[in-house]
Design a protein around this ligand. Structure first.
Ligand code: SF4
Length: 362
């Protein structure tokens, strides 16, 4: 048996076979699953319903947690940002965003990112490595424990967005595994319908997701209405240009269930992609492909040393009204946590005001 089995990334059935393999009865697997996923305990020592000798054996064979919290920042608007390290010392960032009717946790799927979107700070790290299913689940456990106390039931619903560091579709298997584990009603019970995953446009994985029945909502980060501009802002476009990307989106759209959301994200960069001509090009592009998905406009969040500024409110409104005049449903996403560099594209940015470092009891 491997020394470092990450139990947080195992389903209940897998945990049961794990304990059976070490000569324990199946119910111990269910107890451990409840301890990790429902009680959100991050060490075997805290699982007082397990015999001491089993806890000691588990410590030798497996891990209940592997992320350590380096720092935690709290924004004036209540948004919390966590900078963590993996067991092999790589950075992971997670953001908790409280809202009136629900909370949203923005998680990372990779440490760093191999894609080179020019408006994103994470890109500057390059890919350090993809996260394991356990490391994805643990980000949620840490954020919930910090917000509400260890194992306390969140008072509102929890939504997840895979929009932190990394390109989720370059780590799709681990991501889907983490989502299956988190959906268990005896654990975190966050079902795929509460999850949105954003891709820069990994076309084969969009087509793969189209064939998965129990899947998260899909968001596509567009950032430009022409290949010329998108090649510059999101170099992945050279591999999968807009024509191919939007054809895959059309295929995906055909498989949508009524309860599913499908959105395009469009980061607005002053003087770069926010003109009236860009708005018309974007509307024509989506209409040409017969896409009904709505568009979220996201004013860019300034982050040194990136050379971009956010579009003005008037420009965003003008852009929105042009899209709407061409029958495209358009929303403007308000930035959260800008003061602690927790907003989109700001992860890996310089540190904001340190409120409590290394003080999370999660
Ligand atoms: S925007 Fe997303 S896909 Fe692009 S570099 Fe940043 S983290 Fe990677």
């Amino acid at each position: 048996m491997e020394q470092s089995v990450e139990l947080l990334g195992l389903s209940k059935a897998e945990l049961i076979s794990f304990v059976e393999n070490i000569g324990e009865p199946a119910y111990r697997g269910r107890q451990i699953f409840a301890g990790l996923q429902h009680r959100r305990l991050r060490s075997f020592e805290e699982m007082s319903d397990l015999p001491k000798d089993l806890r000691a054996r588990l410590n030798n064979l497996a891990r209940a947690s592997s992320l350590t919290i380096e720092s935690r920042y709290v924004s004036l608007d209540g948004t919390r940002r966590y900078l963590m390290k993996t067991h092999d010392n790589l950075p992971v960032e997670t953001v908790f965003i409280p809202e009136e009717r629900r909370d949203t946790i923005c998680f990372s799927s990779q440490s760093g990112c191999p894609l080179q979107c020019t408006f994103c700070l994470t890109a500057q790290l390059g890919l350090l490595r993809s996260l394991t299913p356990a490391e994805i689940v643990e980000q949620i456990v840490i954020a919930l424990n910090d917000a509400y106390g260890v194992g306390e039931k969140p008072p509102r619903g929890t939504n997840l967005v895979g929009m932190g560091a990394g390109e989720p579709f370059l780590n799709l298997d681990s991501l889907l595994k983490a989502l299956r584990v988190m959906a268990d009603p005896e654990g975190l019970h966050i079902v795929p319908n509460r999850v949105t995953v954003s891709t820069a446009g990994v076309v084969p994985k969009i087509l793969e997701l189209a064939n998965i029945p129990d899947r998260p909502h899909l968001a596509i980060s567009l950032a430009a209405p022409t290949d010329e501009l998108r090649n510059e802002l999101m170099p992945i476009n050279k591999k999968w240009p807009l024509g191919e990307l939007l054809s895959a989106c059309k295929e995906f759209e055909k498989t949508l269930k009524p309860s599913e959301r499908f959105t395009f994200e469009y980061v607005m960069l002053a003087g770069v992609n926010d003109s009236e001509e860009h708005a018309r090009q974007l509307a024509n592009l989506l209409n040409r492909h017969g896409l009904k998905a709505k568009v979220n406009l996201i004013p860019h969040n300034p982050a040194d040393p990136l050379p971009y500024q956010p579009s003005s409110e008037e420009t965003v409104e003008r852009f929105k009204s042009i899209l709407e005049s061409k029958a495209i449903h358009t929303y403007v996403r308000r930035p959260r946590g800008r003061d602690i560099f927790a907003a989109c594209g700001q992860l890996a940015a310089r540190h904001g005001t340190l409120i409590e470092a290394n003080s999370i009891g999660a």
